[in-house]
Design a protein around this ligand. Structure first.
Ligand code: S3P
Length: 175
């Protein structure tokens, strides 16, 4: 079966929703950041600090190419994976790609206590979130399916994802 690939800014709920979706679709779950951390034996913050963001983006791109060749996966991507348009194109060939959209204020509430997001280690993280969201708007818009998560229960979000997934897969079979 086609992969389910979740995109979206940091703190939009990709990890939580992908865990819940695993129980519904019974696919293996892959968290891209975790795979990169395991392979590098470093946290994301350490990779950014010691090797630089460009190196991280390269690792991310290599992993996208690898995962896009597999099937039956639920993939939780890193929030910046969209910055390389080839990543979205590769995932869309073998997977149903859905972008989770959440307002900056809710994102801020979720991420403010977490220190493993180097891009948000600024004096004013809420402002940084707003700026990054604005500058990445068109990149997230490249993801084929869009879903707004504000004020929705995770269960309802999963139900919407399932509907998108099933429609996509049955449409692909008809073609
Ligand atoms: C990033 C998002 C992070 C992680 C890295 C860069 C980004 O993933 O890949 O810190 O550029 O938006 P999450 O979206 O899982 O926090």
């Amino acid at each position: 079966m086609q992969n389910l690939v979740l995109f979206g800014f940091m703190g939009t709920g990709k990890s939580l929703i992908s865990k819940k979706m695993t129980k519904i679709l019974l696919f293996e779950r892959i968290d891209m950041d975790s795979v990169i951390e395991e392979r590098e034996h470093k946290t994301i913050s350490e990779i950014f600090a010691q090797d630089g963001e460009a190196y991280f983006r390269q690792l991310e791109h290599e992993l996208v190419k690898e995962l896009a060749q597999r099937q039956d996966l639920i993939i939780s991507t890193g929030g910046g994976v969209v910055l390389n348009r080839d990543n979205v194109t590769a995932f869309a060939k073998t997977g149903v790609c859905i972008c989770l959209n959440t307002s900056p204020e809710i994102i801020y509430e979720r991420v403010k206590t977490n220190s493993n997001r180097p891009l948000l280690m600024t004096e004013n993280p809420l402002q940084t979130i707003k700026q990054l969201l604005e500058s990445r708007k068109e990149y997230y818009a490249q993801v084929p399916y869009q879903l707004v998560t504000d004020n929705k229960d995770p269960e309802d979000i999963c139900a919407e994802i399932m509907e998108i997934y099933n429609n996509h897969v049955s449409f692909a079979l008809e073609e």
